[in-house]
Design a protein around this ligand. Structure first.
Ligand code: FES
Length: 584
């Protein structure tokens, strides 16, 4: 069927607003015309929303007005009518207590903005960590044609002529200051070269991971994940995405046709190959829940484990996103997986109308150090390690590529922090009863306990052990961890302590066993004793006054546990693009 045939067949959603010559059509068009829009713009052109997370308080997305201009050029060239609109911009670096607290809020903003407005399709401008899942979640619940355009990573950070990676450098340099290995002056000097261009974190942190996942899911054009923010080719991609979304309207290529179960399985495999963030487990589950795909924690074991990590980027490896793009970007990784029969669903559809494999099968690979061959992977067995046991009945996760292999099977005594404040108050204490074999346990940092589930799971080590040369310890919590962080860190323990999970009753000196190969996280305390402690814990609980009103009240009442993606219970599912009844 030709595009002209399709144009005759497709009934534009926006015609419900602008397609009539009555009172309603008059009102919808007339107010829009105050922006200088001529009459012919309303006569059958697809109206394309550009959902913009621009904000000067989200520095990673602060260049998005320029990006939107290039998307508009593409839409106009293809015969569409672009309308840019803002949504809540949850930036990782400034927003307290954590940008995760407002991921679901942003997704509600996106969903209702799309459904309630005259749009036939939407371009999602995303970048900083939570903006990618928030916009995909919101758009998935409406299920219009949608295409992701990411802002792109920053150029490599620089310190004393050497590359430094976003976030990862902060963790490393901070530990070095605490251990007395570098001066405070050098630590502060790193600040200026750490974030020296527009764009998102340049490590394989959560922003880069989610950009790769959006590409692996098929929701963006090839190479969207890695082109640097300041590279002219980023703006070419924005232009081409603007052109493509117009055709997607005529093809009625809605998100649910792209976000199939096959797409999610491809994304899980790709996450292993790139050494992606543990946050991807939560975000993919939440996106899948919006589009009706049933994803389980065990899918990460079944599909992801055993996959070699090929991308040699910090925090697991050596390089940064700039090198990743120059080496061939995500299409090169997908080609490597496909050639080794490790791409679960090569035929999965992507937004350009081609299959993922068709897009990537001939992708050039320019650097075998950055994108390793299968014969020489960075990590033999990447992916996400899913743990279960009496300490995490509904699961927990660990990122093997960021962990110390020798610690991935470990038995040690717990040093327990009741919450993040308790940790901060005691970790510097030279008398803290801790040694290198101890396991640091932190409670009350899960979705409800530290509303938003802060990225504090990679607890810094006690200074006295750092000074003695200890580089890593087993750490366990119900928190998340920044994708830029590293260590043998067990995260997302579910149920969380605040929800009455067994983590709540771990005591100082209890023995804990971690066995990643067996997927086991065990509290070596008799079951009757665990039950007695849990009963005492339940009797002592009271409502935190901070959770009694406002958005936090809604959040704590409705947030799901980590194994369910931390979405709100009432937001799961696809509510569709049916046009709401007008009110005038
Ligand atoms: Fe925005 Fe890392 S803080 S991408």
């Amino acid at each position: 069927m030709t595009t002209e045939d399709r144009k005759r067949q497709v009934k534009l959603r926006s015609a419900e607003w602008f397609g009539t010559q009555d009172k309603n059509g008059f009102m919808y068009r007339s107010w829009m015309k105050n922006q200088g829009i001529p009459d012919h713009e309303f006569q059958g052109k697809p109206i394309i929303g550009i959902c913009n997370t621009w904000s000067e308080l989200t520095p990673c997305n602060a260049h998005f007005r320029k990006l939107a201009e290039h998307v508009k050029r593409g839409i106009l060239e293809a015969g569409g009518f672009p309308v840019e609109f803002p949504v809540f911009s949850n930036g990782e670096s400034n927003l307290r207590p954590t940008a995760m607290l407002t991921r679901n809020l942003a997704s509600m903003d996106v969903e209702e903005s799309i459904r309630g407005n005259p749009m036939d399709a939407v371009v999602l401008l995303v970048g900083c960590d939570k903006t990618t899942p928030a916009l995909l979640m919101g758009a998935a619940s409406v299920d219009v044609p949608a295409i992701v355009v990411t802002g792109g990573p920053m150029l490599n950070g620089k310190l004393k002529g050497k590359d430094i990676g976003s976030g990862t450098a902060v963790w490393q340099l901070h530990e070095q200051v605490k251990a007395g290995q570098i001066s405070l002056h050098d630590f502060m000097a790193a600040e200026a070269g750490h974030s020296r261009s527009a764009g998102t974190c340049n490590t394989m942190g959560t922003a880069s991971t989610m950009a790769c996942i959006a590409e692996a899911l098929g929701t963006s054009l090839p190479h969207n994940a890695a082109i640097p923010a300041v590279d002219a080719r980023r703006y070419v991609l924005a232009h081409l995405s603007g052109m493509r979304i117009v055709d997607m309207v005529w093809e009625q290529l809605t998100l649910s046709k792209v976000l199939s179960r096959a797409a999610f399985e491809n994304a899980i495999r790709v996450n292993a190959a790139i050494g992606g963030s543990t946050n991807a487990v939560i975000h993919l589950k939440a996106i899948a829940g919006r589009i009706g795909v049933d994803l389980e924690l065990e899918d990460w074991t079944r599909i992801g484990r055993g996959t070699p990590t090929l991308v040699d980027l910090l925090p697991s490896g050596r390089f940064l996103m700039e090198e990743f793009y120059y080496a061939g970007g995500l299409p090169a990784v997908i080609r490597r997986l496909g050639e080794a029969s490790l791409l679960p669903h090569p035929g999965a559809l992507t937004v350009n109308g081609q299959s993922l494999w068709a897009n990537c099968q001939d992708a050039p690979i320019y650097d075998d150090e950055v994108i390793r061959p299968l014969s020489r992977p960075l990590i033999e067995d990447g992916g996400i390690c899913v743990l279960r046991g009496n300490l995490a009945p509904r699961g927990a996760v660990l990122k093997p590529s960021a962990a110390t292999p020798a610690l991935m099977k470990h038995r040690g005594r717990a040093v327990v922090f009741e919450d993040f404040d308790d940790y901060k108050a005691r970790i510097m204490d030279p008398d803290l009863a801790v040694d290198a074999s101890s396991i640091l346990v932190m409670k009350n940092c899960g979705p409800k306990g530290y509303p938003g589930m802060a990225e504090v799971g990679n607890m810094g080590l006690p200074p006295k052990l750092l000074a003695a040369g200890v580089k890593d310890m087993v750490r366990i919590s119900d928190a998340r961890m920044s994708g830029t962080a590293y260590g043998t860190v067990v995260l997302h323990v579910a149920p969380e302590a605040r929800a009455g999970g067994p983590l709540a009753i771990v005591r100082e000196g209890d023995v804990i066993e971690l066995d990643c190969a067996a997927g086991r996280l065990h509290l070596d305390v008799p079951e009757a004793e665990i039950a007695r402690r849990l009963a005492d814990w339940a009797a002592a609980q009271a409502v935190d006054p901070m959770d009694a009103s406002g958005y936090r009240h809604l959040y704590v009442q409705h947030v799901l546990q980590a194994d369910e993606g931390c979405d709100f219970d009432f937001l799961r599912g696809k509510r569709g693009a049916a046009v709401p009844r007008h009110s005038h």
